[in-house]
Write a protein that binds this ligand. Structure first.
Ligand code: NAP
Length: 309
C-alpha cells in the first residue's frame, strides 16, 4: 500500500509530489489523459514568479516533473475512473488496475468547456474546431479564424493567433471583456483582432469536405443572424473540473468543483483525501495558486499520516 497517491501531473500535482517526496513519503503520481496538465497547451507563461523573461508552459511542467522525480516521486500512467473511499484504506481503480493508499491528493485539473452547438464535435480536431491555439494555430497560417469567449484565455488565444492568421474575430456574448485589463487592452488594440460583441455562435458550418467554412452568429440584442467566414474556430469559454470519478463520493458543488471543509482549502469531506488546483478552485485558477494548493495538500497529507502513526 502507498502512503500517498497523487492524481494529476499539472502544477498542483507536481508541487504536491515535490513536497511529499522531500518529506520521505515516496509519493506515487498517477498521470491522467493530459500529462503536464493545461500549461502544456499554453504558450508563454509570463506571471509565474521567478521567470522575469517568461517561460514556455511545456518547459515549466518539464522542470516541475524533473524536480519531483529528483526527490524520489514515481510517475505512472493510469487514468483513475473509480474510487472507494469508504474505508481508511483508499482504493483507486484505473480500468483493471487497482491502487491502495493511506492518503490521496486529487489534482485532476479541468477540461475546456464546449459550446454544444451543431458542427462543433463533427469538426473537432483536424477539421477546424479546436480549444488550443498553441497546439493548432500554425495550421491556420494566412487564414481567417474566430475565437469564442471574453476571458483571459480567449484574449491569449486571439493574440497568439495573430502570429499566423490574417484576421482574428473575437466573438463574445457581452459587450465587455471579462479578461484582465492588461490582456483586454492588448487584445482590443491589436490591428488583426476584431471584436464581435453581444454575439452567440449558433452553428459551425462546413464546406464540401466537411471542414469549417463559417460560423452562424446571432446578435443577442437584435436577434439578427449573420455568417462569419473562418477556417478555424477556437473555443475559449472556460473549463469543467475533472471530478466525475468522485461524484456522490466527495462533496462537489453544482458545477462539479470540490467543496473544501471549513478552515482549509484543500480538505475534502473525506478525511485523508485532499484536493489541489483547478479541480477545486474556480476563482483563482492560476498556475501559481494551483502550485500553492499542491503545497498545502502535501503538508496536510503529511500531518494526516503523522496522526495515523
Ligand atoms: P473565464 O474567465 O471563465 O471566461 C470564460 C469566458 O467565456 C467569459 O467571457 C464567458 O462569458 C464566456 N463563456 C462562458 N460560457 C460561454 C458560453 N456557453 N457561450 C459563450 N461564451 C461563454 O475562463 P478563462 O478565460 O478560461 O480563464 C479562467 C481563469 O484563468 C481566469 O481566472 C483567468 O484570469 C485565468 N487565465 C489567466 C491567463 C493569464 O494570466 N495569462 C490566461 C488564461 C487564463 P461572460 O464573460 O459573459 O461570462
Amino acid at each position: 500500500m502507498e502512503d500517498v497517491i497523487i492524481l494529476g501531473t499539472g502544477c498542483a500535482g507536481f508541487t504536491a509530489a515535490i513536497y511529499t517526496a522531500r518529506a520521505n513519503l515516496n509519493p506515487l503520481i498517477l498521470e491522467g489523459k493530459q500529462p503536464g496538465g493545461q500549461l502544456t497547451t499554453t504558450s508563454e507563461v509570463e506571471n509565474f514568479p521567478g521567470f522575469p523573461e517568461g517561460i514556455d508552459g511545456y518547459d515549466l511542467m518539464d522542470r516541475l516533473r524533473k524536480q519531483a522525480v529528483k526527490f524520489g516521486a514515481r510517475v505512472e500512467n493510469a487514468y483513475v475512473d473509480k474510487v472507494d473511499f469508504s474505508d481508511p484504506v483508499k482504493v483507486l481503480y484505473a480500468g483493471e488496475r487497482k491502487f491502495e493508499a493511506r492518503t490521496v491528493i486529487i489534482a485532476t485539473g479541468a477540461a475546456p468547456r464546449l459550446l454544444n452547438i451543431p458542427g462543433e464535435t463533427e469538426m473537432f480536431g483536424g477539421k477546424g474546431v479546436t480549444t488550443c491555439a498553441t497546439c493548432d494555430g500554425a495550421f491556420y497560417r494566412d487564414m481567417e479564424v474566430v475565437v469564442v469567449g471574453g476571458g483571459d484565455s480567449a484574449c491569449e488565444e486571439a493574440l497568439f493567433l495573430t502570429r499566423f492568421c490574417s484576421k482574428v474575430t473575437l466573438v463574445h456574448r457581452r459587450d465587455e471583456l471579462r479578461a484582465s485589463k492588461i490582456m483586454a487592452d492588448r487584445t482590443l488594440a491589436h490591428e488583426k483582432i476584431t471584436p464581435l460583441w453581444d454575439s452567440a455562435v449558433k452553428e459551425v458550418l462546413p464546406d464540401q469536405e466537411g471542414k469549417a467554412q463559417s460560423i452562424l452568429v446571432e446578435n443577442l440584442k437584435t436577434g439578427k443572424e449573420s455568417e462569419v467566414s473562418c477556417k478555424g474556430v477556437f473555443i475559449a469559454i472556460g473549463h469543467i473540473p475533472n471530478t466525475s470519478a468522485f461524484k456522490d463520493i466527495i462533496a462537489l458543488d453544482e458545477n462539479g468543483y470540490f467543496i473544501s471543509e471549513p478552515g482549509s482549502m484543500v480538505k475534502t469531506s473525506i478525511p485523508g483525501v485532499f484536493v489541489a488546483g483547478d479541480c477545486a478552485d474556480h476563482v483563482y485558477r492560476q498556475a501559481i495558486t494551483a502550485a500553492g494548493m499542491g503545497c498545502q495538500s502535501a503538508i496536510e497529507a503529511e500531518r494526516w499520516l503523522a496522526e495515523l502513526n
